[in-house]
Design a protein around this ligand. Structure first.
Ligand SMILES: Nc1ncnc2c1ncn2[C@@H]1O[C@H](COP(=O)(O)OP(=O)(O)O)[C@@H](O)[C@H]1O
Ligand SMILES: [Mg+2]
Length: 327
């Protein structure tokens, strides 16, 4: 039986800058079943990292969560107080941050960085027990226990990423958010690190949100895919079904823009530029780049915001074409 571990409802996160509110996450809703892997893709600047930070309740000024619910196992993180969040972070929801390679403290040994997270939650563990936990965690990400005595500068990029992964699972959270965990690594190392994360996911029955823009990597590692554009979800569904038949024009263009399965990069082949999130387009945010926003439907595309609807079981889109993309 699947049950949702995470339900996000109409989440809104704005950055308040002098010129106004940057609507980085603008009414996002989705749910994630326990033990499953959701990919979140979208061009740079579409709001993926902001959403990840919001789920962790870690958005910093000038950003603020301005609305919505983040139900983790039924408990709303959007309104939890700081004290509760300190308990929940790492023990129930954790994140491998974007640029985790540079997120490690340069002056602290690996063991200290992993131990600090554990000690914040579980007091009274002996030094020997803590060390044992660190060794186990390092071994679970296929690192030698000797790594515990090393400093970040002594580690390769892939090793740092593994340390970040070990730290994220130290307290056996329900949900791990990995924000582009491997995008700075070369393809071979990237695959190895992803395989480790994937193995941990199945061994620990973790739920994972994997953020990235490498559709090939997504196809290999996630069950479901969410496509984000200008702060909104455009499409969500089973990744295989989506690759076989995308129902949103943006998803179709993303898939067509892939020169090959190994495609990396920024979806640069899609014509047009991403809109300003300070003054997003009226109607459907994608209409300014959508080749199908013409004719009789075009007027609605330009003026009416499409609802995010379940158009087929498990398939959600926000599009006035209702999944009927003209060929
Ligand atoms: N500190 C900030 N101040 C103002 N706007 C910001 C700030 N950080 C991010 N943004 C804006 O929020 C939007 C989403 O950014 P981000 O969540 O980093 O996207 P992604 O992770 O998809 O690349 C972008 O338009 C970005 O310009
Ligand atoms: Mg990002």
């Amino acid at each position: 039986m699947s049950r949702p571990i995470l339900e996000v409802k109409d989440l809104r996160v704005h950055y308040y800058v002098e010129a106004g509110a940057v609507k980085a996450v603008d009414g996002v809703s989705f749910s994630l079943d326990e033990g499953t892997k959701l990919g979140l893709v979208g061009e740079s600047g579409s709001g993926k990292s902001t959403m990840a930070l919001a789920l962790m309740r870690m958005v910093q000024p000038p950003a603020r969560i301005v609305g919505g619910k983040i139900l983790l196992d039924g408990y709303d993180l959007a309104t939890a107080n700081e004290e509760e969040m300190r308990r929940i972070r790492l023990s129930q929801i954790s994140m491998i941050p974007q640029g985790a390679m540079n997120a490690l403290h340069p002056l602290l040994r690996v063991e200290r960085q992993i131990m600090d997270g554990i000690v914040d939650h579980e007091s009274g563990l002996s030094k020997a027990k803590l060390k044992e936990r660190v060794y186990e965690l390092l071994e679970s990400v296929e690192l030698n226990r000797r790594v515990s005595r090393m400093y970040p500068h002594q580690l390769s990029g892939g090793m740092k990423q593994r340390v970040a992964a070990a730290a994220s699972i130290a307290l056996h959270p329900k949900l791990v958010i990995a924000d582009e965990p491997t995008s700075a690594l070369d393809v071979v190392i990237q695959r190895q690190v992803m395989e480790t994360i994937s193995r941990l996911q199945s061994e620990m029955n973790l739920s994972i949100i994997l953020i990235g823009h490498d559709m090939g990597l997504m196809a290999q590692f996630v069950d479901r895919l969410a496509v984000m554009y200008a702060g909104k979800l455009m499409e969500l569904g089973d990744i295989r079904a989506m690759f076989a038949e995308p129902l949103h024009p943006y998803t179709l263009m993303l898939i067509r823009s892939l020169p090959r399965l190994e495609n990396k990069g920024e979806f640069s082949d899609i014509p047009g530029i991403t809109p300003s999130l300070l003054n997003p387009p009226s109607g459907c945010v994608f209409h300014t780049r959508c080749p199908y926003a013409t004719g009789s439907v075009g007027e609605r595309c330009r003026t009416v915001v499409p609802d995010f609807c379940e158009i087929r079981p498990g398939r959600w889109i926000a599009c006035h074409l209702d999944g009927e993309i003209p060929s």
